[in-house]
Design a protein around this ligand. Sequence first.
Ligand code: KG4
Ligand code: ZN
Length: 341
Amino acid sequence: MLVLGLETSCDETGVALYDSERGLLADALFSQIDLHRAYGGVVPELASRDHVKRMLPLIRQVLDEAGCVPTEIDAIAYTAGPGLVGALLVGASCAQALAFAWGIPALGVHHMEGHLLAPMLEENPPQFPFVALLVSGGHTQLVQVDGIGQYTLLGESLDDAAGEAFDKTAKMMGLNYPGGPEIARLAEKGVAGRFTFPRPMCDRPGLMFSFSGLKTSALNTWQHSVSAGDDSEQARCDISLAFQQAVVETLAIKCKRALKQAGMKRLVIAGGVSANKALRVSLEKMLGDMRGDVFYARPEFCTDNGAMIAYAGCQRLQAGQHESLAISVQARWPMEQLPPL
Ligand code: KG4
Ligand code: ZN
């Protein structure tokens, strides 16, 4: 089955062609980062308008790259939520219009299920069941995954998502959007031990997260440094390192607890923050010590992309799921509401 996947939930237009027999045939991405940078974050209306501009040229590009014609496509998968409603509507209406014109089914895919399944596109994919750590700009969740659509939420953030905390911490130090990769880059030049930030909610049992206090600690430290006359690059690097270490260690502690609770030794990390090298190194060491395994996607499939939507959609479409021509998207959409395959 050949599936065209469209992703437009936020600030990236992603398009891909995935074939159930041949694997990923082509994928293309247009990132709107430069468009939103001046505002320090995503401006929803600008995002929607840009998706409109990019979508059809990207679809043509992907078809060309794969050497395919539209009549070969069996179905279209698009992100139906969660995300920015205007941006989601661009992908949904484009998908439904093309599906109607080409006489093929369309299916709305859950963005976080897309992230969760992205490691399946890699050479050594994880087997079910596993524990998944979903860490993106909008979500921080620990999920027990027994199969596609068999999700049990084990824990999540009470306030900021991990990616959001990276972005906000970066912004207050005057770094560019998105802040995650910027903090990771500066952390490499940071002096370890100069600052230490708390590991929130680790001293009590449970699998919930809270990152807003950590972000405030970083803000206070930065303001202190500035008022003491040090607003240098090195101060930013040292704060970035301390902040990243605190986030990574907090995530690792909770992953260990979740694996223990679920009685599992297989961990999948997905979403934009799973591209973070320090996080990968830390979890690989932890799972190595436990004689377990950690799985993640290549960096470009950790952040938003069309390939993960084409893949997730293909699994559900092959199982016979599709929908009517109604165009419906959801800004909020708990993943446990998805039907099992
Ligand atoms: O999954 P994603 O592309 O979009 C959402 O679904 O939200 O995740 C974007 C988030 C941003 O907050 C970004 O700062 C963060 O992922 N991110 C990173 C890294 N690369 C992206 N955070 C830490 N380290 C990175 N290398
Ligand atoms: Zn995402």
